[in-house]
Design a protein around this ligand. Structure first.
Ligand SMILES: Cc1ncc(COP(=O)(O)O)c(C=O)c1O
Length: 460
């Protein structure tokens, strides 16, 4: 197809995800045709800095021939075989490699095709595990306000964004919500003035709220807590100091599983292989996907502790759950080659060394009147936009609509930066670039953001 033909096909036949198709009526759909390193190119040949690694995915950057070759080689050797009572070498090797990289005794890997399926699998396993333990009432889960955990109906129940759920109610029952760790808005969230200046006290309070939710439901009915190391939706909420240590204590006290949803935070996004390693906690289950192959082929995984696999190790117990394409041979081969790149190029160290420079560069934007907060960790940041910095007043729904959808997303893209303006909580610009970038690209991101955010302010 020629370029005009694919643009027409996108208008006529393609159903894009989470997309208001009406906004493209009479306008061209943005069409990305190729990528190289940290940059992607559209159908007209225009270049964009990929400030979101596609969708928190392309850790090693675009256009890596060796990942394409790993895929081709595997497709030729064994394109497909399922993991349903059979194994193939690449899935076994990848499971072994992941088990070596995880903290603690998280040694058992159940592959999926993506993140939502990993979350779904974790909830199902938690339910079955407790049934086997003779605690059949332990079925509910606690997660945090504004967190995104995927779109299958169980994962969507766990998701804490009402606007994404309402059209699909009733969802899976038994998913309870607790406050998140938005330190910038800690006063509002907790009701305690000054908590935004006391991260440790706020962290303790926020973790204790999860404990209270468990107690209110009855610990005998709660199976798991689902949390991201750094919560993405809402605009990058890192955990305050001590938060995860307290949460681990609470989960242990109530015999509740701690599920670390690392669909974004694993594979170097925070400078560590797994997100929990950045904050010194060991969960019972890790869910991951995205960066495991840097997006060169889809895969996800639920990685569980020896304790959780124990009942399935001998006897007749079966986890009656699976996906045709879970642990696909091509994706497994690509994941192994991707992890080779991580090692060979020292990507974790690269992120850790550059993290303070990236942070400082973005912090520089705080002099703009529209920038209320800059927060995040590793190569993962959110910039919260406000109407009034002194009061932290946010934009109302109309202003947010005009600012984010009407102006910001397109203006940033037109200026050559692909990233995301999001209003699933307060309005934020999200950044999660490929892990290969450095100070030169940080400066490019900063200067585009500075120009566009200045214009956005004048636009209001
Ligand atoms: C934390 C988290 N969990 C789950 C998901 C769902 O992953 P997927 O879109 O691969 O199903 C996402 C997707 O962004 C995510 O960020």
């Amino acid at each position: 197809m020629t370029h005009p033909d694919v643009l027409k096909a996108a208008q006529d036949n393609l159903w894009m995800h989470f997309t208001r198709h009406g906004s493209y009526a009479g306008a061209e759909v943005p069409m990305i045709v190729r990528g190289e390193g940290a940059y992607v190119y559209d159908v007209h040949g225009k270049r964009y800095l990929d400030g979101l690694a596609g969708l928190f995915v392309v850790q090693v950057g675009h256009g890596r021939a060796e990942l394409a070759e790993a895929a081709a080689k595997q497709a030729q050797e064994l394109a497909f075989f399922p993991l349903w009572s059979y194994a193939h070498p690449k899935a076994a090797e990848l499971a072994h490699r992941l088990a070596e990289l995880t903290p603690g005794d998280l040694n058992r890997v159940f592959f999926t095709t993506g993140g939502g399926e990993a979350v779904e699998s974790a909830w199902k396993l938690a339910k079955q595990y407790f049934k086997i333990q003779g605690k059949p009432m332990k079925t509910k889960v606690v997660s945090r306000s504004i967190a995104y955990h995927g779109t299958p109906q169980g994962a969507l129940s766990i998701t804490g964004i009402p606007g994404l759920k309402q059209m699909f109610e009733p969802l899976v029952p038994g998913a309870i919500k607790a406050p998140n760790t938005n330190l910038y808005r800690a006063d509002e969230i907790s009701g305690f003035p000054g908590f935004d200046k006391e991260p440790e006290a706020f962290g303790r309070w926020a973790a204790d709220q999860i404990g209270k939710a468990i107690e209110m439901e009855g610990p005998d009915t709660v199976a798991a807590v689902f949390v991201e190391p750094v919560q993405n939706a809402g605009g990058c909420f890192p955990p305050p100091p001590g938060y995860f240590q307290r949460l681990r204590e609470i989960c242990d006290q109530h015999d509740v599983l701690l599920v670390s949803d690392e669909v974004i935070c694993a594979f170097g996004r925070l400078g560590t292989m797994f997100g929990g390693q950045k904050f010194d906690y060991v969960p019972d289950i890790i869910t991951c996907a995205k960066g495991l192959t840097s997006g060169y082929s889809p895969i996800g995984a639920m990685i569980v502790s020896d304790r959780l696999f124990e009942p399935f190790k001998t006897g007749n117990e079966t986890f009656a759950h699976g996906y045709t394409f879970g642990g696909h041979p091509v994706s497994s081969a690509v994941a192994l080659a991707n992890l080779d790149i991580f090692e060979r190029e020292g990507l974790l160290d690269h992120v850790t060394v550059n993290e303070p420079i990236f942070r400082a560069t973005l912090e520089g934007l705080r002099d703009l009147p529209i920038v209320g907060d800059v927060r995040g960790a590793g190569y993962f940041y959110g910039i919260e936009l406000v109407k009034d910095k002194s009061t932290k007043e946010t934009f109302d729904a109309d202003e947010s609509e005009r600012l984010l959808r009407g102006f910001l997303s397109k203006a940033l893209y037109d200026a050559g930066l692909y990233c995301r303006a999001d209003d699933r909580g307060d309005p934020v610009v999200q950044l999660a670039p490929p892990l290969i970038i450095g100070p030169k690209e940080f400066d490019e991101i900063e200067s585009i953001l500075r120009a566009v955010l200045t214009e956005a302010w004048n636009h209001l």
